[in-house]
Design a protein around this ligand. Structure first.
Ligand code: NAP
Length: 246
């Protein structure tokens, strides 16, 4: 039986790259996304062509009811979950704290932090009940270290929360043979920058990266899939920077 991997935000960018690689490495896939069904279907088609069973699970991770529905579908279609890439996340427009209102801060933390925690919680409950371990990779950001002042410190703070959550959860579930890691991408070419109102952001800031270039979604996905694998069997509680040195 193939291991079942849930990827939140699996319809685009880093999540989609993870899905395509995981499908070639023997995983079956539950792909969550929020709104772009045609993009999710295109990723699913590629993964099915690589031999994976793929179930699309639309749902906003900021909505606890939607998270419950995602897991209800996984329970019906697969009956288990072995691995989670906790990847769905958003940025917002460039702004200083003095220009951020309560609604913006709520949205950022509802999606990037509380959503990720609730998704992880439901995975852990299943992994513990299954009794044969599991793996969770939470997608953080270099912003958690850099602070992102004058850009989007709300996003950076949400990702710092993910780093802390990762360490705490890894301690709670290590005895259940559930490994929990965070991975911090740097400047990666995906649509997230355009969604935050700055389509050229990765190119504009590439000169600040020691390697002097942006990264690709695939360059982030490969270490994520490695963390999921038995090659990383003694890794837990760790946070891996995939940033070109930034
Ligand atoms: P992306 O290209 O914008 O893709 C985001 C994915 O998440 C899409 O599948 C999107 O689905 C989904 N999503 C967004 N909000 C969601 C929600 N509330 N509920 C469920 N799904 C949701 O972004 P990306 O660059 O691949 O980012 C993936 C992760 O990497 C994020 O956590 C991000 O913070 C992190 N990261 C990215 C970079 C970078 O430079 N790209 C750097 C550091 C960290 P829909 O399109 O259907 O809404």
């Amino acid at each position: 039986m193939k291991p079942v991997l849930l990827i939140t935000g699996g319809s685009a960018g880093i999540g989609a790259a993870c899905a395509r690689i995981a499908a070639t490495q023997g995983y079956d896939l539950a792909l969550n996304y929020r709104s772009d069904t045609s993009a999710a279907e295109a990723v699913a088609a590629d993964c099915r062509a690589a031999g994976a069973k793929v179930v699309l699970c639309q749902g906003d991770v900021a909505d606890p009811g939607a998270i419950a529905a995602v897991y209800a579908k996984i329970d019906t279609e697969f009956g288990r979950v072995d691995a989670l890439i906790n990847n769905a996340g958003v940025v917002d427009q460039t702004a200083k704290l003095t220009d951020m209102d309560h609604a913006r801060l709520r949205r950022m933390f509802d999606i990037n932090v509380i959503g990720a925690m609730l998704v992880a919680k439901k995975a852990v409950v299943r992994m513990q009940a299954q009794g044969d371990g599991g793996v969770i990779v939470n997608i953080s950001s270099a912003a958690a270290r850099l602070g992102s002042g004058n850009q989007y410190l709300d996003y950076a703070a949400s990702k710092a929360a993910i780093d802390c959550f990762t360490k705490g959860l890894s301690d709670e579930v290590a005895a259940d043979n559930i490994r929990v890691m965070a991975l911090r991408p740097g400047l990666i070419e995906t649509e997230i920058h355009a969604k935050g109102g700055e389509p050229g952001r990765a190119d504009r800031l590439a000169h600040m990266v020691p390697m002097k270039r942006k990264g690709s979604a695939e360059e982030v996905a490969r270490p994520i899939i490695w963390l999921l694998s038995d090659d990383a069997s003694y890794v837990t509680g760790s946070t891996l920077d995939v940033t070109g040195g930034r």
